[in-house]
Design a protein around this ligand. Structure first.
Ligand SMILES: NC(=O)c1ccc[n+]([C@@H]2O[C@H](COP(=O)([O-])OP(=O)(O)OC[C@H]3O[C@@H](n4cnc5c(N)ncnc54)[C@H](OP(=O)(O)O)[C@@H]3O)[C@@H](O)[C@H]2O)c1
Length: 323
């Protein structure tokens, strides 16, 4: 595994991190979940990305992760970098959602309990909720660090204005923003255009989620929606309406380029996101150890020729593909 420094910090992250949004809930196979965590850790993926609401049911991914840690990796805590987040709908009532201090502080305590941890390596505001002053949310993150419940803080999906304000407040408090988490893939370059340079200029690391567009950039939807795939599952966030003919066709064309490079479509899609020097790490999701192994091989071929880049750009520059 290759590791990269996270912005202007002393923390290194693996180029590939593992996310537990799907496939680790109580609707999923616990043995497969365990095997994926252990395989990832053995391969040097020491960063695991969680959130309070991951499941389903909400919270169950953290509970399962805590059990896997306790049963298999308890003595390795200091070799791991574990994140969680709060801000999306979690529990009933007005305090179970949003970016208020009330939600973040209670949520972090709940998440620590579920994971069986004393602290998170990084705790994020999962989103700017459009209402809560950024000052309130950032103060809650700062206080979590001061209380020893998080070592570092991060923001996720913040629009540019609120992103800059967050960096300024955190910098002032001497709790700089370690990580800025944004969605990025060949089908989604909005954050690349709007948020990456701000993050880089402010010394924050950038970590990208859904780099395979939830599986659309693997070629798996070439012949319809396969049984068991994320788009086929009622608990999956990839809607069948998002599996459009244009995206499937683009993935097929991209797959031909990947083949020439001696890579799977998934590997080329991951390498492409990593080709942006500003990116620290990608958070991948997998539903099997075989997928994880496939994705790990990405690291064997990260370079693109100018011709390959131009060919890829010509395919993905069509806005009809974008999320
Ligand atoms: N901050 C935020 O708001 C936010 C939002 C979303 C995600 N995230 C984080 O980012 C992580 C990753 O997101 P994601 O799961 O959407 O990432 P992704 O890597 O774009 O999609 C993962 C899915 O693609 C399919 N896949 C992966 N590797 C494959 C391969 N080699 N061959 C064929 N199919 C493959 C699997 O779907 P199948 O089920 O079809 O097999 C897998 O579950 C999450 O777990 C979470 O930690 C954060």
């Amino acid at each position: 595994m290759e590791y990269k420094y996270c912005g202007h910090s002393g923390v290194q992250l693996p180029l590939l991190s593992l996310g537990l949004w799907h496939n680790f809930g109580d609707v999923d196979d616990f043995d497969v979940a365990t095997q994926m965590i252990l395989r990832a850790f053995d391969a040097g993926i020491c960063h695991f990305d969680l959130a309070n609401n991951y499941g389903p049911s909400p919270g169950s991914a953290e509970t399962n992760f805590g059990r896997i840690l306790k049963e298999n990796l308890a003595s390795h805590r200091d070799e791991m970098f574990i994140s969680s987040k709060a801000g999306h709908d979690m529990w009933d009532g007005v305090y179970g959602t949003g970016s208020s201090r009330k939600n973040l502080i209670a949520s972090c305590d709940q998440s620590l309990k579920r994971c069986g941890l004393e602290y998170f390596d990084v705790f994020y505001s999962h989103r700017y909720d459009g209402v809560t002053p950024v000052e309130e949310t950032m103060q809650a993150l700062i206080d979590l660090v001061r209380q020893g419940k998080a070592l570092y803080v991060g923001i996720s999906k913040y629009p540019p204005k609120e992103q800059q304000l967050a960096y300024d407040i955190l910098k002032e408090a001497k709790v700089p923003c370690l990580l800025s988490q944004y969605r990025c893939s060949m089908f989604d370059m909005k954050a690349k255009r709007e948020n990456f340079q701000l993050a880089a200029d402010n010394g924050s690391g950038i970590i990208c989620f859904s780099p395979l567009a939830q599986g659309l950039l693997t070629g798996k939807y070439d012949n319809g929606i396969p049984e068991g795939s994320r788009a086929a599952r009622s608990t999956g966030f990839l809607q069948q309406s998002q599996v459009t003919a244009e995206r499937v066709e683009a993935a097929r064309k991209l797959g031909a380029i990947a083949k020439r490079r001696g890579q799977s479509m998934a590997q080329m899609a991951l390498a492409w996101v990593l080709s942006d020097e500003r990116v620290t790490s990608l958070i991948i999701g997998t539903s099997s150890v075989a997928q994880l192994n496939n994705n790990l091989e990405t690291l064997n071929n990260l370079k693109f020729s100018d011709e390959e880049m131009a060919e890829i750009d010509a395919i993905i520059s069509d806005p009809v593909l974008w999320f």
